[in-house]
Design a protein around this ligand. Structure first.
Ligand SMILES: *[C@@H]1O[C@H](CO)[C@@H](O)[C@H](O)[C@H]1NC(C)=O
Ligand SMILES: *[C@@H]1O[C@H](CO)[C@@H](O)[C@H](O)[C@H]1NC(C)=O
Ligand SMILES: *[C@@H]1O[C@H](CO)[C@@H](O)[C@H](O)[C@H]1NC(C)=O
Ligand SMILES: *[C@@H]1O[C@H](CO)[C@@H](O)[C@H](O)[C@H]1NC(C)=O
Ligand SMILES: *[C@@H]1O[C@H](CO)[C@@H](O)[C@H](O)[C@H]1NC(C)=O
Length: 392
């Protein structure tokens, strides 16, 4: 009963307060915030909208200034924030952008009779915009910064929780919140601390719709709030090296001589600390913590059982859950016998001998190499039998 009476009293107060003055403006509509929405203007005792004909950034700039909402980011048209009701009070707002209120702008031109509420004009102002910053920043995790009174500032972590982080993640189109970080997890910011005791219920579409306390907080930048949102983890990349040069890239994959050492490296562009990499091959998996967005898996000597397909994944370890990235492209590893190398060496020596002999014959046909034992060389020896021979 008491609550109902209080509510009624509050409502009465609110409607009293909103008995606006002529020329007053407000932002309304679905998805609207304190500083973005369908522009409504109070005139002749009722709220009405603005037709989007000729509606541009200069007009939006004046609206943002009039509402103390910073600068205009966008002048929306075609009922971007939903269609209003009532009168369409203004058809052509032609502001230069420097006026302090919409009523100072020229209103020339005749009202276009065909203008309907599906053409209602709106604005998106810079105030209340949020961004993520700090070290270890990714598109969807970082220190939360909010734009207000023409400068970027931070949020104090007092009462900062997953519901608040949820709204930030939604506002940034970053999926759901995994963590509401405290104590300047992404480094301490600078400038003003705009908010403290943020009280979102988690369903709001932007932070400015939450219960905000804009009073001066007793907070330092060492308590800056941050978020970690659940955007899908990037696919890591994989590479293979062999420090002692036993690596050859063949058509089937990477070939490593048995006994050579080799190193698989996994890396990812963004850093979600604390994370680790897992290397998968032949039903086995190895884990290394991520340092500087990458990890190395060293194998001191290649064995035949190392043959197989290798790929890595990135794992983000959170107290509540582990998130795993997609697998990297695979690298197929083939272990080759060092015997093949010896054979290659023998072939090389024989080839060299033949080449030398042929060269010797071309320039000095009387030379016979006596130490030849190979079949080919014996045949050559017979061929040269009838010739007077000598060697230099
Ligand atoms: C203002 O509103 C009254 C009553 O709603 C109406 O009679 C009058 O024509 C309106 N004037 C203008 C200028 O729209
Ligand atoms: C906004 O910024 C101006 C200029 O920097 C400053 O004078 C004013 O006090 C600020 N207002 C608030 C509410 O912080
Ligand atoms: C805002 O914070 C100040 C200081 O922490 C506190 O005194 C005040 O009651 C708070 N206001 C609201 C509406 O929570
Ligand atoms: C990392 O970024 C670079 C350039 O920005 C890109 O070429 C590379 O493919 C990216 N790596 C991964 C694993 O996404
Ligand atoms: C990695 O290997 C361990 C055993 O060595 C196994 O328990 C675990 O399930 C494996 N992890 C994955 C993701 O396959």
């Amino acid at each position: 009963m008491w609550t109902q009476q209080t509510n009624f009293f509050l409502l009465a107060t609110v409607s009293y307060v909103s008995a606006a003055a002529d020329g007053q403006i407000r932002l309304a509509g679905s998805g609207s915030t304190r500083c973005s929405g369908r522009v409504e203007i109070y005139h002749n005792s009722s709220w009405g909208t603005i037709c989007d004909d000729d509606w541009d950034l200069n007009d939006a700039e004046v609206v943002c200034r009039q509402l103390d909402c910073g600068t205009a980011l966008s002048a929306t048209t075609k009922a971007h924030f939903g269609a209003g009701t009532g009168h369409i009070w203004l058809h052509f707002a032609t502001c230069s952008g420097n006026e302090n209120s919409l009523s100072e702008c020229d209103r020339n031109g005749l009202p276009k009779q065909s203008c309907g509420h599906h053409e209602d004009a709106g604005v998106i102002c810079s105030d209340g915009q949020i961004r993520l910053a700090g070290s270890g920043l990714t598109r969807c995790s970082g220190r939360v910064e909010i734009y207000h009174n023409s400068s970027w500032g931070t949020i104090c972590d007092d009462a900062w929780d997953l519901k608040d982080a949820e709204v930030v993640c939604r506002q940034l189109d970053c999926g759901t919140a995994l963590s509401a970080t405290k104590n300047a997890h992404f480094g301490a910011g600078t400038g003003p601390i705009w908010l403290h005791h943020v009280g979102c219920d988690g369903s709001e579409s932007s932070l400015s719709e939450c219960d905000l306390n804009r009073s001066q907080p007793s907070c330092g930048h060492s308590e800056d709030a941050g978020v970690l949102c659940s955007v899908p983890l990037q696919q890591p990349s994989i590479s293979l090296t062999s420090p002692n040069g036993g690596l050859v890239w063949g058509p089937e994959g990477a070939e490593i001589t048995k006994g050579s050492s080799f190193i698989f490296s996994c890396s990812i562009n963004s850093s979600y600390a604390p994370g680790c990499f897992r290397l998968f091959f032949s039903g086995v998996n190895l884990t290394e913590p991520a340092v500087d967005h990458s990890a190395s898996f060293s194998f001191p000597a290649a064995e035949y059982e190392h043959q197989g397909s290798y790929s890595c994944v990135y794992e983000l370890l959170l107290p509540s859950r582990t998130f795993t990235s997609a697998e990297s492209a695979p690298i197929h590893l083939i272990i080759t016998s060092p015997g093949i190398l010896v054979l290659l060496l023998v072939l090389l020596v024989v080839g060299l001998v033949l080449w030398r002999r042929r060269r010797a014959r071309r320039f000095d046909p009387h030379c016979v190499i006596m130490w030849a034992t190979d079949n080919n060389l014996v045949i050559d020896f017979i061929y040269m039998k009838n010739v007077y021979t000598y060697c230099i």
